[in-house]
Ligand binder design. Sequence first.
Ligand SMILES: *[C@@H]1O[C@H](CO)[C@@H](O)[C@H](O)[C@H]1NC(C)=O
Ligand SMILES: *[C@@H]1O[C@H](CO)[C@@H](O)[C@H](O)[C@H]1NC(C)=O
Ligand SMILES: *[C@@H]1O[C@H](CO)[C@@H](O)[C@H](O)[C@H]1NC(C)=O
Ligand SMILES: [Cu+2]
Length: 374
Amino acid sequence: MRWPNAFSLAVVFLTVFGVAEGSRFHHSKCTKPLVRKEWRTLCKEEQLDYIRASLCLINKPGRSHRYFPGVTSRHDDFAASHINATGPPVGSIDIRNDLGLGKLFPGIHYNGVFLPWHRWFIWQHEQSLRNDCGYKGAHPYWDYSLDVAEAGAQLNKSPVFDGTYGFGGNGEGGTVPLPGPAQGGGGFGPNLGGCVVDGPFKHMTVHLGPDYEFQSASRCLHRNLQPELADVVLAWKGAVVPLLNQKTYAKFAFGVNVAPFNNTLPGIHVGGHICVGGTESNAWSSPEDPMFFMQHANLDRIWNLWQLKDNGKNLWDIDAPIFPNGTGVTKLDTVMYMGDYIAPPVEIKTVMDTLNRDGDGILCYEYENTAHEE
Ligand SMILES: *[C@@H]1O[C@H](CO)[C@@H](O)[C@H](O)[C@H]1NC(C)=O
Ligand SMILES: *[C@@H]1O[C@H](CO)[C@@H](O)[C@H](O)[C@H]1NC(C)=O
Ligand SMILES: *[C@@H]1O[C@H](CO)[C@@H](O)[C@H](O)[C@H]1NC(C)=O
Ligand SMILES: [Cu+2]
């Protein structure tokens, strides 16, 4: 397993952005936040415990079979919830033409609800790992910008793809070239690539999807790593910093899907899906790859970094379209749904502050951030 040098991974806490002020809100019910860390800063025992708990969710019976016939496991419950909340497709998706806010599909993507819904989703996954499978830690995240050329690294050599202390590697046959740099296809990208043949998930059966599909279509876990695209769309200075510089939530939420520096390229969210590829490249059923939760935790961290900028001035900013066609307004009291087999509905305002400093929220975690030069 490869370790980054101390320089690239000197760890800084969110306190530099003013999070420690939480103590002045006496309503706070979040006294011991879970501290989410980058995968390679976990010790081996912690990595193995996360993998054990992920496999436990894959082997544990699901609770939503009565709604979705293809569901067999607790892991599938999450994929089913994501597929259902994404909703049926409306027209075709090609981010080069639609710029992420066109005639895509309703629900939880390409709109203002996207970031809070996925934050809540990762939180519920963290709760499930802990409560259903005895996981002791906080949800880890994958800072993919540590694994690109700008950081002197290469995507396929990332420790997250390690066969023992990671999620296994590329699909069999290696990287299959994409038709274009930002090709949409049916979802985040074409479902190319082969079966994952090493690591803890090599024997995993994917049941749900592809697309808006709830019957069981048993198949292997696919990946199709795209290191060259990752060098451009997942780099810190190249891609994340321009995103963090967006002035409004609407621009930030748009920029996670369409690169703020080049509107023919995917932003870090779509880019993260395409660069792992295979199962991950399907906009509906991507949570079937356990890597989904690692990269969405990182996206959540980057949203949180943006929220906490300049003494937290963006913390409550949610003003963005509610429909993917650019109409409607996402509000703090917009209600989000996940399905009763995961969690009861909540208003967006309950997930805006990961530290629940006004006492009306449901979350209690923070990120230990990887350090990058700006
Ligand atoms: C944007 O990205 C495309 C695809 O990689 C590239 O051909 C084009 O030159 C880029 N445009 C700019 C302005 O960098
Ligand atoms: C946008 O989408 C919403 C929800 O599907 C729909 O009600 C509305 O009519 C659409 N507006 C336009 C201008 O397409
Ligand atoms: C699936 O999504 C629809 C539309 O949001 C919702 O009405 C329905 O309750 C969801 N089904 C389940 C089982 O969660
Ligand atoms: Cu999603």
